[in-house]
Every structure is written in structure tokens, then in C-alpha cells.
Write a protein that binds this ligand. Structure first.
Ligand code: AMP
Ligand code: GLY
Length: 443
């Protein structure tokens, strides 16, 4: 009998539930730190926080874990990979220096520049007043105003004209919630087009590109309302065809991996490119150093081959020696169910009903993003609570199935966007809309 592998997943959200779910299907014995009520169904939860690096090292040692996979960016930026490697433990992810690609906007722009990777032009200013003087001295154009050092799209103002930009600068200068960030202001060229997410697994040399997805960052239907961590995703997105994917690899992913290596900060792990598909081609909005959430959930339900083998090969720097991953035909859709008030403050501890009914629907998997067990009940424990995911033979069917999964689930104040995947469905129609065949000779 072959002994099963022991894998530790660090984190406690929907992405980590999907990772644990898939690794368990691949035959691994999975530990999750700290996990949630959902990960407990497929793995063993261990009560260690995702940012307690010494305790995680001790856990991996004590339980003879032979591969650790890190979900969120915070422990990566804090050096979890460096600490594990120093302790002689195998871990999948970038070092703290390489995770700066996500953690530091300045480092990211340096790498983009070095690799000659297409991105938005920008200027940086020390004060709102200096940024305003600049805006008034140049020709009017749509811009994005960004306050430095704020996460999750807070302090990002996408502006149509100079008046809107000047108003955004006034908000940054006067609103106390931006006080800390108002000293570093970036005026960026506004990129217009469709936003997509492309992730690649890399060992620092070879890249394995994963199917493209589309996230839904705005809180409400029709991409309205405040920016969030992501309200839903679908995979693959018809906005990226084979030719465009080849261009994204050649102009963005490969040059970035090479630029990192030349800068002596080789990148290992998941390179996540947030892209705008502009009339001039794909351009980078941001890089992340990890799997996207909820992208990871929509992605992994379509992965038929072993994730464990892929992560093993990347960790051992032999990605060039393995067969490409096998993806299930059709499409997947993930709908995030959120607590009342999200992305602002939310009340926790609300009991969730209907999870069992949703779980019985063929093709539906309910990943838990912020839940915990309270006696017999599963209760909410954060803003993005569940990531209801469906896989089917078509995008239309996957959407229908995902919302069929949402339907029986209830808690006071729970809500979701109703239009996840609609942009992809419209695009499919657009691509199908062929000219009627001409008859006769036209005479
Ligand atoms: P960020 O926090 O920088 O990732 O920005 C949050 C969101 O703002 C992105 O997901 C985009 O939708 C939008 N955004 C950021 N930068 C730009 C840009 N240069 N042009 C257009 N939209 C942008
Ligand atoms: N869904 C976007 C992210 O994970 O950053």
C-alpha cells in the first residue's frame, strides 16, 4: 500500500477550501491552518493562524508535512517561504523578495519596466496639490487616481475627465480615511477594455499557464458599487482565445519571469496577472503572487489532472519535465455569497441554512470562504461567506447550475450578484453572430 502524502494548506478562505478539496481528491492527506467549517469536511483543521510563521514551521515539522501550499499574500510577503526553506521544509510559493511583485507597487513597476511589459503610464506625486497642478498643466484625458498603500481597491478612483480627477484628489486630501495615504498619490493613464485574470504556475524558468478567467470586482450587478475582493468568477473566459493567450505569455508572463530572474529575485509559485484587454493589446493592471480568490475555486473544479503533481514539480524546479495539466471540457462559474454590509463591516455568527440541500445538486460544490462551526450549526464569520461553484458542459449551464446551488442557501442578510458570467455569455453570442450565408451571385 502506498503511503499518502501529507500536505499543509495555509489560509482559511474559499481559495484554501478549493485547494484542500482538490489536493484531497489527488490522494493527499490535507491539513489546513486555520481553515473553516468547509475545509473541515475534506481535511483536518489545525488552529494556527495563517500569519504565525514560527507556529506553522513547528506544525509542518511536528506533523511531517512534506509540502506546504500558501493561499493568501500576507504570509508570503512576510517571508513564510524563506522561513520554511531555511528550516529544510518544502513549500510552494515565492520568497518575500519575490512576493514584492504584489506587495510593492514600486518594485512591480521596476520589473514591468525591465521586462518591457505593457502597462499603464503613470506619474507619482507627494501631495494632492502637486497632482492637481500636473493634471491642470496637461491635456484632459481619462485617468485613475490611486492613493498609495491601500489594499482591495480602496483609494482607487477611475475618472472620466479632469473635473472627476480633481474631485477625487480633493477627497483624498480631506477624507480622514485616506490621511495616511494622501502623501503618495499616483495619476495613472486609464486603460479601457475588458478585465481578465490569467494565472501561471512557474518554477522560475518554465511557466504552465492556466485557463483565463474573469473576476467580478464590483459589489453589485452591472459592475456598479464599491470594489471588493471579488464577487464571482467563471472559467474559461471567451475574451481570451488561443492567439491572445499566446500573446499574453510572450509579452507579459515570460518577460516578467525572466525579469525577476535577471533581477536576482526568481519567482516561484503562482504568478497572477490582472490584465486589461485594450485596443493596443493586453496590459498589466496588477500582479499578485498567489492564486486569485474566487478565481481559484472556478479553476480547480475544472482541473482533471493532479494539482499535487503540478505543485510538486514547481516546488522541485522540474516543471519542464511533466505533462501539461488536463482541463475538463465546458465551463465553471463561482458565485460568492456575502454577508450584509460587505465590503464594509459585517455582523458575524449568523447560522447558515441549506448547505446540505445545495451539496446534493450534481455538479455543484459549495466552497466555504468565511464560516465556522458553532455546535451543530455552520455560522458566518466574515464578509465573503461562501463561493458556490458549478461545473457543466457550457457556460450557460454552469451559470444556471451555480445559481441553483445558491437558491436553497439562506441566512439573514446574505446576498450575491445575480449576473456572474453574463459578460462571458454576451461575448459567446457575439462570437456566434455570423453573417447569414449569401445566396446566389449577388447580381
Ligand atoms: P487596483 O487596486 O490597483 O488593482 O485597482 C482596482 C481596480 O481599479 C482594478 O481592478 C481596475 O478595475 C481598476 N483600475 C485600476 N487601475 C486602472 C487603470 N489604469 N485603468 C483602468 N482601470 C483601472
Ligand atoms: N480576485 C482577485 C484577487 O484574488 O486578487
Amino acid at each position: 500500500m502506498s503511503q499518502s502524502r501529507r500536505v499543509l494548506v495555509v489560509g482559511g478562505g474559499g481559495r484554501e477550501h478549493a485547494l484542500a478539496w482538490k489536493l484531497a481528491r489527488d490522494g493527499a492527506e490535507v491539513l489546513v491552518a486555520p481553515g473553516n467549517a468547509g475545509t473541515a469536511l475534506v481535511a483536518e483543521n489545525v488552529a494556527v493562524a495563517a500569519d504565525d510563521i514560527p507556529a506553522l514551521v513547528a506544525l509542518a515539522r511536528g506533523r511531517s508535512v512534506d509540502l506546504t501550499v500558501v493561499g493568501p499574500e500576507a504570509p508570503l510577503v512576510a517571508g513564510i517561504v524563506d522561513a520554511f526553506t531555511a528550516a529544510g521544509l518544502r513549500i510552494f510559493g515565492p520568497t518575500a523578495a519575490a512576493a514584492q511583485l504584489e506587495g510593492s507597487k514600486i518594485f512591480c513597476k521596476q520589473i514591468l519596466h525591465r521586462g518591457d511589459v505593457p502597462t499603464a503610464m503613470y506619474r507619482e506625486f507627494r501631495s494632492a496639490a502637486a497632482a492637481r497642478t500636473y493634471l491642470e498643466s496637461r491635456e484632459e484625458a481619462p485617468v485613475v487616481i490611486k492613493a498609495d498603500g491601500l489594499a482591495a481597491g480602496k483609494g482607487v478612483f477611475v475618472c472620466d475627465d479632469r473635473a472627476a480627477a480633481v474631485a477625487a484628489l480633493a477627497t483624498l486630501a480631506s477624507d480622514p480615511q485616506f490621511a495616511a495615504a494622501a502623501g503618495g498619490i499616483r495619476v495613472e493613464e486609464r486603460l479601457d477594455g475588458v478585465e481578465v485574470s490569467v494565472m501561471a504556475i512557474t518554477d522560475g524558468r518554465t511557466i504552465v499557464t492556466l485557463p483565463a478567467l474573469q473576476d467580478h470586482k464590483a459589489a453589485h450587478d452591472g459592475d456598479s458599487g464599491p470594489n471588493t475582493g471579488g464577487m464571482g468568477a467563471y472559467c474559461p473566459t471567451p475574451f481570451v482565445d488561443e492567439a491572445l493567450m499566446a500573446e499574453i505569455e510572450a509579452r507579459i508572463l515570460v518577460p516578467t519571469v525572466h525579469a525577476m530572474r535577471r533581477a536576482k529575485v526568481p519567482f516561484h509559485g503562482v504568478l497572477y496577472a490582472g490584465l486589461m484587454l485594450t485596443a493596443q493589446g493586453p496590459k498589466v493592471l496588477e500582479f499578485n503572487a498567489r492564486f486569485g480568490d474566487p478565481e481559484c475555486e472556478a479553476l480547480l473544479v475544472r482541473l482533471d489532472s493532479s494539482l499535487l503533481e503540478l505543485l510538486d514539480a514547481a516546488t522541485d524546479r522540474r516543471l519542464d519535465s511533466i505533462a501539461p495539466p488536463v482541463w475538463r471540457d465546458g465551463a465553471s462559474v463561482t458565485v460568492v455569497m456575502a454577508a450584509e454590509g460587505y465590503p464594509g463591516p459585517v455582523e458575524k455568527g449568523r447560522p447558515i441554512r441549506g448547505l446540505d440541500a445545495a451539496a446534493t445538486i450534481d455538479g455543484v460544490t459549495v466552497f466555504h470562504a468565511a464560516t465556522r462551526r458553532d455546535g451543530e450549526a455552520v455560522v458566518t464569520s466574515g464578509g465573503r461567506v461562501l463561493a458556490v461553484t458549478a461545473v457543466a458542459e457550457s457556460l450557460a449551464r454552469a451559470k444556471l447550475l451555480a445559481y441553483t446551488g445558491v437558491r436553497p442557501i439562506r441566512w439573514p442578510g446574505g446576498w450575491c450578484r445575480k449576473d456572474i458570467a453574463d459578460k462571458g455569455l454576451s461575448r459567446e453570442w457575439e462570437l456566434l453572430a455570423v453573417e447569414p450565408a449569401t445566396t446566389g451571385d449577388g447580381a
